[in-house]
Write a protein that binds this ligand. Structure first.
Ligand SMILES: [Fe+2]
Ligand SMILES: [Fe+2]
Length: 196
């Protein structure tokens, strides 16, 4: 799917500014602006967030794709919360969900690096979700936020989402990835051919 307009790290920071809790807002913006693992034994350098695709050969596979994906997932989460709070008498942890949505994939910057042809995988053993949760814990994020990030892979991963907020992020993440890939296949003619 072609982006209408590429989103920037600043756009992510603008979404983070909607977090009402001052301490959580600051921690989220600091991590977004400097995706860094504080443990000195970390051996993988960070690719610039603004240059990252979301993954190699999967959804949002283009320079800036990760920022577009993070923005879209966070905006979807906010829209879902607006609707659920409007219809049901349930108070959803909006601040924690926005923080988790903005940071759920940020540690992918350690999984991909640039080469002359584009991007390649680093020799990492750990996954972006494990790194994110470890760093969130090190930076003193609340357990609520860590639990939402930890479960963003959904039912196929452990831990599975155990909270309303974790369930919202998982489905928004999966929806955004699927729709972007579907649009790409449609535009490349794959689906058009299948639908003839
Ligand atoms: Fe992820
Ligand atoms: Fe994601």
């Amino acid at each position: 799917m072609d982006s209408k307009e590429r989103k920037s790290v600043n756009d992510l920071v603008e979404l983070a500014k909607t977090i009402k809790n001052k301490e959580l807002r600051k921690k989220t913006i600091d991590f977004l602006k400097e995706p860094k693992i504080t443990n000195p034994s970390m051996k993988y350098g960070a690719t610039k967030l603004k240059e990252m695709p979301s993954w190699i050969g999967a959804h949002h596979y283009y320079v800036g794709g990760l920022v577009d994906h993070i923005y879209s997932v966070t905006a979807l989460c906010i829209a879902i919360v607006d609707s659920l709070e409007n219809v049901y008498n349930e108070k959803i942890k909006r601040d924690e969900l926005i923080s988790a949505a903005l940071l759920h994939d940020i540690c992918k910057v350690f999984q991909l690096s640039r080469n002359q042809d584009g991007f390649e995988f680093t020799s990492h053993l750990l996954d972006h979700c494990v790194w994110a949760c470890s760093e969130l814990y090190a930076r003193g994020f609340p357990e609520d936020v860590i639990a939402i990030v930890a479960a963003h892979g959904g039912e196929s991963m452990n831990p599975i989402p155990r909270t309303v907020e974790g369930t919202i992020l998982h489905h928004a993440d999966s929806l955004d990835a699927s729709v972007e890939s579907l649009g790409k296949n449609y535009n490349s003619g794959l689906l058009k051919d299948l639908m003839k």
